[in-house]
Design a protein around this ligand. Structure first.
Ligand code: AGP
Length: 371
């Protein structure tokens, strides 16, 4: 049967709700509980090749770039290999130095994004090794990279990407785990993460169940002309992706910032008219994040805080409006994917409150195949 939105009001909502199954598919057959690792045959790299990797460079565009930034962070954290993400649309214009012991990772839902494709060609032309993290089987980027991990998210129709991003994050988790386990990541940590990954499909369902709680919060946010999305370290790319999704379908000005940088400038913009959506996971930075919330609230800035149940926000100044959303939690290293899905729901219901055509936002195409 043709792929259609069925009884759902939009493809985006249908695709958000499909995330637990999509997550199961990307993980299926790839986790090894016994050795606390993953097996990614498509990479075509054995343990020796993986140990020889000295650096990882992730390339993608838009949301794929933001998830790539989450992925690079995971790789550094689990494998202790220097890793970063760069927008593929900029990469080839700065005559990049291609190193033989760098693993280049191209990430794309469609596999047809021309900027990402041209980045892959540039790497290959200069003799670099590249793998693809791609959803569409047989697409241009998958073919050009020649090896990689298929995401198995299933068809994604809505311009605003959701389930593909979740599978990208999980594919990065698998890659980071495998790279880590051929290095210094302990078997105990490997097993802890394998078990956490196995729980994620169900937990994604628990995040989706927050929908009713998020609808009124989203409707309030939709009234603002301009908003901040803030997070730190693991939470920063989550904030970037959250702002991106919000912009795409609500047409509001949503600016992502590192929470730590607010006091270096943008705090001047905080007022009762400018809400902040803050990503505050239960991790090493919780206290510092909470201190920033107090600074925002003291200036009357409305807050929507995506956090974990164990986090104590303290007595926030009463002049500010505060909504707290407790998101189900995984292990610290993996929480980003669950927080990202909560932000998808927020963007979706803000756009719905504004009455927008959610699946086809103005000025945007599902995949950008011209430069
Ligand atoms: C996502 O919501 C966007 N529509 C967009 O940023 C997208 O992720 C980007 O264009 C990359 O697309 P790709 O994954 O198909 O390469």
């Amino acid at each position: 049967a043709a792929y259609d939105a069925g009884q759902h009001e939009s493809f985006m909502r249908k695709e958000m709700l499909e995330q637990p199954e999509a997550a199961e598919r990307v993980l299926r057959g790839r986790l090894d509980e016994r050795f606390g690792t993953s097996h990614l045959g498509g990479l075509d790299l054995d343990a020796r090749d993986l140990r020889a990797v000295r650096r990882v460079k992730v390339l993608g565009c838009g949301s794929a770039y933001y998830v790539g930034q989450m992925g690079a962070g995971l790789i550094e954290e689990l494998a202790r290999v220097p890793a970063d993400a760069e927008s593929a649309s900029e990469f080839r214009y700065r005559n990049p130095i291609i190193e033989p012991d760098t693993l280049y990772v191209a990430v794309s839902q469609s596999g047809e994004t021309v900027d990402t494709l041209l980045a892959v060609q540039e790497i290959r032309r200069k003799g670099g090794q590249v793998v693809g993290l791609v959803n569409v089987v047989g697409s241009a980027i998958a073919r050009e990279a020649g090896r990689g991990i298929y995401l198995h998210a299933g068809p994604e129709v809505a311009v605003a990407s959701t389930k593909a991003l979740t599978t990208m994050h999980l594919a990065f988790s698998l890659l980071a785990l495998q790279l880590g386990r051929v290095r210094d990541l302990s078997i105990a940590d490997g097993r802890r993460l394998v078990q956490a990954l196995q729980r994620l499909p169900e937990q994604l369902g628990e995040v989706l169940a927050l929908e009713d709680q998020l609808v009124p919060v989203a409707a309030r946010l939709a009234e603002a002309e301009s908003l901040f999305f803030v997070g730190r370290v693991r939470g920063y790319p989550v904030a970037r992706e959250g702002a991106q999704k919000f912009k795409e379908i609500t047409y509001r000005h949503a600016e992502a910032y590192q929470t730590s940088e607010l006091k270096h400038g943008p705090l001047a913009l905080i007022s009762p008219a400018v809400p902040t959506v803050a990503v505050v996971p239960d991790d090493e930075l919780t206290e510092r994040n909470v201190a920033a919330l107090h600074e925002i609230a003291a200036r009357g800035g409305p807050l929507v805080v995506l956090t974990h149940a164990a986090v104590d926000l303290g007595d926030l100044p009463s002049q500010a409006e505060v909504s707290r959303i407790d998101v189900p939690r995984s292990e610290r290293e993996l929480d980003a994917v669950l927080l990202t899905v909560a932000l998808q729901l927020l963007a979706y219901h803000a756009a719905a409150a504004l009455g927008h055509d959610i699946d086809k936002p103005r000025n945007l195409a599902k995949s950008v195949t011209v430069e």
